[in-house]
Ligand binder design. Structure first.
Ligand SMILES: Cc1ncc(COP(=O)(O)O)c(C=O)c1O
Length: 346
């Protein structure tokens, strides 16, 4: 169990492993803006190959990966369809408008999936009066739906839908490795069902910084230019990319354990009065509980849990979020269950 509190707030709290620190100390680096950092190139190429894409681009954050992708795909004023509760729309500071001048259209999904009939209606007919529907954004796994996995048949359906209408697809795959661990689907299959995708290194994979955006060569060159004007061109960034290379060997294989622990937490909490699962299934490492106990709300529950050494995140009045990651082991899950039990029964 963690020496300090059991921190379930987010998988972004993870710290680099010893092997990552050692890899940073010995990384071979260069000036990545000038294009000669071998460690960055190695990471970009490894991931691009793994996901079946031509090229990759290391960026400082998932937010920059998403925003650079959209800016590289569309012209200002073109329409981007996003899920109402997606990270790219809700939690990136309005970047779609500011960075890309996107005309944004939201559709409320079910576990992150667009209803196909609504999607069909949302796509604009070619007209001088309407914005052109240029891009669809998907999120794998879908954070707000409790880490829901977008299933392969759905992705295949969306992909052929988009090909028939000349629309591009970008996937926010901040937690795509959590889906891969569960489904066993080869990463290249996921890569083959979109035009661009990004993965985050700094969440469950435990790296301190970074995401990698992937796509075809022309797209990555346009995204590289956007990264520059966003201030994301970094110099000896191989020190950070070195952690990503370690992650592919060391932490990616452990991601399935995070999913299992989250499922265990979800199943135990099913039996408790005063909270209920706020999602249909626990597919991966994110769990939303709804606080239903009378006299309690989520911020109160967050504070009471904190007193018992368990950190969760209140999101609004009712929802409490738990995320599992490398620093959450079985005893931390037990501690969370006992804390919830004693708060609700006491
Ligand atoms: C689904 C999703 N996409 C994108 C991001 C953005 O990543 P970053 O915090 O590295 O900007 C996050 C961050 O939590 C996320 O959960």
């Amino acid at each position: 169990m963690s020496a300090g509190p059991s921190d379930f707030r987010s998988d972004t709290v993870t710290l680099p492993t010893r092997a990552m620190m050692e890899a940073m100390a010995s990384a071979e680096v260069g000036d990545d803006v000038l294009g000669d950092d071998p460690t960055v190139k190695a990471l970009e190429n490894r991931l691009a190959e793994m996901f079946g894409k031509e090229a990759g681009l290391f960026v400082p954050s998932g937010t920059m990966a998403n925003q650079a992708a959209v800016a590289a795909h569309i012209l200002p004023g073109e329409e981007v369809i996003v899920e109402t509760n997606s990270h790219i729309f809700r939690y990136e500071g309005g970047g779609l408008a500011r960075v890309s001048g996107a005309h944004v259209r939201t559709l409320l999904g079910d576990a992150g999936q667009f209803p196909m009939d609504e999607l069909e209606r949302a796509v604009r007919h070619p007209s001088i009066q309407e914005p052109r529907t240029a891009l669809l954004c998907l999120e794998q796994t879908h954070l707000f739906s409790g880490g829901a996995i977008l299933p392969l048949p759905y992705l295949e359906k969306i992909f052929s839908f988009s090909r028939e209408r000349d629309i591009l697809i970008h996937v926010d795959g901040a937690r795509l490795f959590n889906a891969v661990a569960e489904t066993g689907v080869d990463p290249s299959v996921y890569g083959g069902l979109c035009d661009s995708l990004m993965i985050s290194l700094s969440k469950g994979l435990s790296c301190p910084v970074g995401s990698v955006l992937m796509g075809d060569g022309g797209f990555i060159e346009r995204a590289r230019r956007v990264r520059k004007w966003l201030g994301g061109g970094m110099r000896q960034v191989g020190y950070l990319a070195a952690c990503g290379l370690v992650a592919l060997e060391e932490t990616v294989p452990l991601i399935g354990e995070d999913n299992s622990r989250c499922r265990r937490l979800g199943s135990v909490t099913l039996g408790l009065d005063g909270i209920r699962l706020a999602q249909e299934t626990v597919d991966t490492n994110i769990l939303f509980l709804e606080v239903t106990a009378s006299g309690w709300d989520a911020p109160m529950m967050e504070a009471a849990l904190q007193d018992k050494g368990v950190l969760a995140l209140a999101m609004g009045d009712r929802l409490l979020r738990f995320v599992t990651h490398r620093h959450i082991q079985d005893p931390d899950v037990d501690r969370a269950v006992q804390a919830l039990q004693s708060i609700l029964e006491g």
